[in-house]
Design a protein around this ligand. Structure first.
Ligand SMILES: Nc1nc2c(ncn2[C@@H]2O[C@H](COP(=O)(O)OP(=O)(O)OP(=O)(O)O)[C@@H](O)[C@H]2O)c(=O)[nH]1
Ligand SMILES: [Mg+2]
Length: 617
């Protein structure tokens, strides 16, 4: 695998996690979750990326973290062996991270692109209290007695405090360094060892597989052992179990209340405390390569196991998105129901009458038969007159059916109004709804109407066409079956003639009974008309169904699909969220596989560095 390929994959994953984090930050109750996401993206760019690109294990990184005023800068001085960090009674004094390089031959500072994310390396020097997104690098002066530095392979980081997840700037600066660390020294003071947010932070670091050493500061010496036990039980006892079911091994040591003379002379008057701390750290270091491999493998494992949790925020958004889709579909069903009730059920499709009359006409005899037909037609005249007269009396004025265009437009208004009301009602509950509510009047509503108007033009063309086709189909059914057509025509004539013959023969000699003839031919005609009407009604019902389908396929289904996807288009957060949700799990899987492959390479190589020896007391 080429380094550039690693780089783009790592860059993409880190960016996606960063984006998820920003997305999360917009929801205040998810601040801690955003912190986990920041840690995940920082692990990707500060640990996994450099490792895959072949950066050497050295320097290892030890980060000193904890609550405000816990004594972090003081502990940094003990690690460095001299006063290098500014300890200050003002809590929250240290505002940006500072890296202290060991004295000795220079080693390669990580040059990985994206290393430390948004934090820039300061070129000059600034006080630790400078509140900027920067980190600075300083060098530890040589030991006065010329002794070798036990942490010669380590960069020691002094960090801002961890007091609230909400103070973004500090948390982010801190997380950047914590992610980078091979060893984390967690500092808690005797008075505030139990603070909630630093404890949550400790939990996350342990979950991320960091090697952690706890230093309890400002402890009364008589109380030290009891406090250590208490801390193990109450704080560490609540740590999540490791994937293999064991409790994480986290050593705890106490730094007693020290007079200033000890505090400011870590290698001299305070040396016993320093040795105690260094030994805890050096015990974790089998070799540079082994410790770094552990850091990287655990980071990859954290991404894999935390992966699902990391995406929780996205799932919540997508659940809201699904709720929107459900609302759209409910509106679609309402629209169709309304169209059925207010238009279709009362619609006669008068245009269709033409085809019914044409069907009736088809049953009349052509050619020579026409003359006979005309005779019968004359005979039926009294029937026709009375039928039309009675029909005229019976026909109730047609109920004015609402025009179709009117029903369609009103149904659309109903659909959109309902969606808008839902978006407004829920806009306080989630950003997805808020975004919809805010953009409804200016974008969603007008765009939906415009689309609908276009679809309507298409619909009108198709509906006329469909009606004509149904009418023609009815006529063609008969026309294309000449045998049936002639049987029906002939049959009707035969029945008429048979009736006439029967009347003439049975009532011979002719008398007033001949008046029965018009009655008989009228009766056969009425029967034929009823049959034709029934055929036409069946066809009309079919047209009604087809119209219903047509509304669904041409109007409501495309519009519903467009409405449903609307929140996920135009570069919206949902669109990006869907992309990220698809991409992140796959990239994490790939990343873990790459890390495993590279770790196996490292394990096969002879160790580059000899393990550092334990500190001398
Ligand atoms: N008396 C006494 N004071 C201590 C001890 N350890 C630290 N302090 C003091 O506690 C104060 C805070 O210590 P720092 O090391 O600056 O703490 P920090 O965690 O770096 O604090 P911020 O950077 O402000 O978050 C300083 O004034 C230290 O001198 C101790 O053992 N005894
Ligand atoms: Mg400090």
């Amino acid at each position: 695998m080429e380094p550039t390929e690693h780089r783009s994959a790592v860059g993409q994953l880190a960016d996606d996690l960063r984006w998820l984090e920003d997305h999360c930050r917009r929801q205040p109750d998810l601040a801690a979750h955003a912190g986990t996401l920041r840690l995940a993206s920082a692990l990707t760019r500060n640990v996994i990326g450099p490792f895959l690109e072949g950066q050497p294990a050295r320097p290892l990184h030890v980060a000193v973290v904890g609550g405000a005023g816990a004594g972090k800068s003081t502990v940094v001085n003990f690690l460095a062996g001299s006063v290098v960090a500014e300890a200050n009674p003002q809590a929250g004094f240290t505002r940006h991270p500072t890296a202290f390089l060991p004295n000795g031959p220079a080693f390669q500072w990580p040059t990985y692109i994206g290393f430390m994310g948004p934090l820039n390396k300061l070129s000059g020097e600034k006080p630790a209290s400078a509140d900027e997104d920067v980190y600075q690098v300083k060098r530890v002066p040589p030991a006065k007695d010329g002794a070798a530095d036990p942490l010669a392979d380590f960069v020691v980081w002094d960090c801002p405090d961890m007091t609230t997840w909400a103070s973004l700037v500090y948390v982010n600066r801190l997380l950047e360094v914590a992610a980078l660390a091979d060893v984390v020294v967690y500092v808690a003071s005797d008075e505030r060892y139990n603070d909630e947010v630093p404890t949550q932070f400790l939990h996350i670091l342990v979950k991320a597989g960091k090697a952690v050493v706890v230093v309890l500061t400002k402890v009364r010496e008589s109380n030290a052992q009891a406090l250590i036990e208490h801390f193990r039980r109450e704080i560490l006892g609540r740590l999540p179990k490791l994937p293999d079911g064991t409790a994480p091994a986290v050593p705890v040591i106490a730094f007693p209340q020290m007079p200033q003379s000890e505090r400011t002379d870590p290698s001299g008057a305070g040396a016993r405390h320093r040795v105690n701390l260094l030994n805890q750290i050096l015990m974790l270091v089998e070799s540079d390569a082994a410790l770094r491999t552990r850091t990287v493998a655990n980071a990859a494992k954290f991404l894999t196991t935390a992966g699902d949790g990391l995406l929780d925020v996205a799932r919540r958004d997508l659940a809201e998105f699904d709720a929107w889709k459900t609302a759209v579909l409910a509106g679609k069903a309402d629209f169709e129901e309304r169209y059925r009730k207010e238009f279709l059920s009362g619609e006669q499709f008068h245009r269709f009458d033409r085809y019914r009359d044409a069907l009736m006409e088809q049953l009349e005899l052509p050619g020579a038969g026409r003359a006979l037909g005309n005779v019968i037609w004359v005979l039926r005249s009294p029937y026709r007159w009375s039928r039309d007269y009675i029909g005229g009396l019976l026909v109730r004025p047609a109920v004015a059916n609402q025009p179709e265009a009117h029903v369609l437009s009103a149904s659309l208004t109903g659909w959109l109004d309902r969606l808008q009301a839902e978006a407004l009602r829920r806009s306080g509950t989630h950003a997805v709804w808020k975004q919809i509510a805010v953009r409804f009047d200016t974008e969603l509503g007008p765009q939906a109407r415009e689309r609908f108007a276009q679809e309507c033009r298409n619909f009108e063309l198709k509906e006329t066409d469909e009606l004509d086709r149904a009418g023609k189909r009815m006529l063609d059914n008969l026309e294309q079956r000449p045998a049936l057509l002639y049987t029906l025509r002939g049959g009707k004539l035969a029945v008429d003639l048979a009736a006439v013959a029967t009347i003439v023969v049975t009532t011979w000699p002719p008398g007033w009974y001949l008046l029965l003839i018009p009655v008989a031919v009228s009766a056969t005609h009425q029967a034929t008309e009823l049959a034709v009407r029934a055929t036409a009604e069946t066809a009309r019902a079919k047209v009604r169904h087809q119209r219903e389908d047509l509304v669904a396929t041409v109007l409501t289904t495309p519009l519903a699909a467009w409405l449903a996807e609307w929140p996920a288009t135009g570069g919206s957060s949902i669109e990006k969220l869907q992309q990220v949700l698809r991409r992140v799990p796959e990239m994490i899987r790939q990343m873990e596989a790459r890390v495993q492959a590279k770790a196996a390479e490292w394990a096969a190589k002879p160790a580059e560095a000899t393990p550092p020896g334990a500190a001398q007391g």
